[in-house]
Design a binder for this molecule. Structure first.
Ligand code: EPU
Length: 423
């Protein structure tokens, strides 16, 4: 188990490439199960979550080859049982449910357990499959779904208590592409990752319209073929480096980004007084810290609103930004674990219910801190880059779940970080 030592108060400069999106890769890798033919997916980030997904695909019977960012999956004969040992490691393994049910008429998946960012139920995933006519049983911690006579298209509303569900929309879309008749997904998630999955499915031969809006319509087809696909850039990795550049940079350029996906993060950085400049195509951006940074308020919302996956990183920035900032998370109201660790570094943050009141302090001081989940860990790295002294971030495996070689990218920008084995 590694830890990261961050020698703070340095300056970041230069440019890096942003990796392919983790959250687009996971459902797209699961979607390869929908055809017996091989698919080739490029720009899959080398992070532990995509590696877990590849292990699950192998355990289900697929042949999988990986050569750096390119993955070839051939799921000729597959079994419907996703093994508990692998599934329990990653909540997103739930998204093999739709493809398995659609392709082999049965899926057995362990119920995901608790999650540090809050209660994360799967009721909407189950409602979606039942809506297409699947029978659902619970047995010994597993969900067993079956549809011996095939799935049947239906109109299904996916709105939950906290808005639309991303992986729930993905699961329903993946099941509906092989269902008989038309499926209408109301209150669908419209995140870019959902659109990337729809684009992949359409290449495979699926008939989908409306991805990227709140209403997706799917005409079921009899079979799908294997295809090639490039994953979209990771907007959360890009957003994390944008914040790093605003906090500790001196003109940092991020290449291979998509401007359209980054509007909430770039608008907020501009509102906080920093400079964000895109090239004409919107595929490259340069961020420079402003002379008079100021605190501001953010509230997470489904896309195109401010992403919950960027909340912790902006909280880290506000911790040393003059003024008061109010950060509200409406999607995961318990996602504030990073705040107690940042308080150990001298941040002035009061968490109350689903929001945090942040009073910017002049500086943070290094301290040993504990990563609790993926984005919280990223926020601690950002806080540490700005802090006086050397911060030790333990439980680095959280960050390795979703950031491709973060230490190497920081080193490339001149950051002073060291990955060392935990003693
Ligand atoms: N929800 C339900 N019932 C369900 C499913 C979700 O009530 O059956 C609730 C959740 O508890 C939450 C809200 O709906 O309050 C939205 O959750 P969603 O289902 O959209 O989350 P997800 O699809 O499981 C994906 C990302 C998360 C990201 C969320 C929200 C992947 C692999 N994960 O999760 O990413 O926070 O959407 O945008 O795509 C991360 O990358 O760090 C991460 C946690």
């Amino acid at each position: 188990m590694d830890k990261l030592l961050v020698h703070g108060s340095g300056t970041l400069q230069g440019s890096i490439n942003i990796s392919g999106s983790k959250n687009a890769s996971l459902p797209i890798l699961a979607a390869t199960l929908l055809s017996g033919e091989p698919s080739i997916i490029r720009r899959v980030p080398d992070v532990s979550d995509t590696n877990y997904m590849l292990q699950i695909l192998r355990a289900l019977g697929s042949e999988v080859e990986r050569s750096s960012g390119t993955v070839r999956v051939e799921p000729a004969d597959i079994s419907p049982e996703a093994p508990y040992d692998l599934v329990r490691k990653m909540r997103a393994s739930i998204c093999v449910m739709g493809p398995l049910l659609a392709r082999v008429g049965r899926a057995k998946i362990s119920l995901p357990g608790g999650c540090v960012i809050g209660d994360r139920p799967v009721d909407l995933h189950i409602k979606a499959m039942q809506g297409l006519g699947a029978q659902v049983e619970m047995e010994g911690g597993d969900i067993i779904l079956s549809s011996p006579d095939g799935l049947i298209g239906a109109e299904i509303d996916m709105r939950g208590k906290h808005g639309p569900t991303v992986l729930g929309t993905d699961n329903l879309m993946m099941a509906a592409v092989l269902a008989r008749g038309t499926t209408v997904i109301d209150s669908a998630a419209s995140e870019p990752e959902v659109v990337d999955l729809a684009d992949f499915l359409i290449k495979m031969g699926a008939r989908i319209t409306g991805a990227g809006t709140r209403r997706i319509v799917i005409e079921g087809v009899d079979e799908l073929k294997g295809v090639e696909h490039n994953i979209i850039p990771d907007r959360i990795e890009a957003g994390t480096f944008m914040v790093a550049a605003a906090m500790a940079g001196q003109g940092v350029t991020l290449r291979r980004v998509c401007r359209e996906h980054l509007s909430a993060a770039s608008d907020t950085l501009s509102k906080a007084g920093h400079l964000v400049d895109f090239n004409e195509e919107g595929s490259e951006m340069t961020i420079s810290p402003g002379d008079q940074p100021r605190g501001c308020d953010i509230s997470t919302a489904p896309y195109p609103g401010f992403p919950t996956d960027m909340q912790a990183q902006f909280t880290a920035m506000f911790a040393t930004t003059p003024g008061i900032s109010v950060v509200e998370d409406t999607i995961f109201p318990q996602r504030f674990m990073h705040c107690s660790e940042m308080k150990r570094m001298g941040a002035d943050i009061k968490v109350d219910g689903g929001s945090a009141l942040v009073r910017g302090v002049d500086y943070l001081s290094a301290a040993p801190v504990m990563a609790s989940d993926l984005r919280a860990s990223a926020a601690l790295v950002l806080a540490a880059l700005k802090a006086r002294g050397t911060t030790e971030i333990n439980r680095l495996y959280h960050i390795d779940r979703g950031y491709e070689h973060i230490d190497e990218k920081l080193l490339q920008l001149g950051g002073q970080v060291e990955r060392v084995p935990a003693g």
